[in-house]
Design a protein around this ligand. Structure first.
Ligand code: ZN
Length: 175
């Protein structure tokens, strides 16, 4: 998004790896510890993605930490490239692109949580948060925090490990 957004490619790489682990779900070996990952959900319709995002943003944990979060709108976008967040309209645009009955690759919890993290940082009352590079340390830390609350601390731990594996900064966060 900006010239300073130097870690975007690394963040995507880490999240792709993490998302693939969530596609499989189940017990994994994580640096010698056994962790159980939930199998992430895929959505077939805009309505079901909207419902997921509404539920995430309505959680008390979110409204307490990001009182201005409000709601996001989910809409379909053409093509099958990336999902993205539109700041001005507070909209998450997701390529559906799946064939009949098969959801597109982006219609999953991992992608929606990424875009919801952009939303939370954009609406944050802390101006430093939105002024940060788009996929910088504030992003990865908030993403881990969000994932911990929605998918559980094991999923957040694996995401944190994936970020660190590609050399991206993640600060401490409280579950
Ligand atoms: Zn992003």
């Amino acid at each position: 998004m900006t010239e300073r957004d130097t870690t975007r490619g690394l963040v995507y790489a880490a999240e792709n790896q993490w998302s693939a682990a969530l596609d499989r779900g189940g017990v994994i070996d994580f640096f010698g510890s056994r962790l159980t990952l939930p199998k992430q959900e895929y959505f077939e319709t805009v309505e079901s993605m909207q419902h997921f995002c509404d539920g995430v943003l309505a959680a008390e944990r979110i409204t307490a930490s990001f009182p201005g979060a409000g709601m996001v709108l989910v809409r379909a976008r053409a093509g099958h490239t990336k999902a993205h967040y539109e700041c001005e309209s507070k909209t998450i645009a997701v390529p559906l692109s799946g064939s009949a009955g098969v959801p597109g690759w982006a219609c999953c919890e991992a992608v929606l949580l990424h875009e919801l993290t952009h939303h939370l940082l954009f609406v944050s009352a802390d101006p430093a948060a939105s002024a940060q590079a788009y996929h910088g340390g504030r992003f990865t830390t908030t993403m881990c925090w969000l994932v911990s609350g929605v998918l559980g601390p094991e999923s957040a731990l694996v995401l944190q490990g994936a970020y660190q594996g590609v050399g991206v900064i993640v600060d401490a966060y409280v579950n």
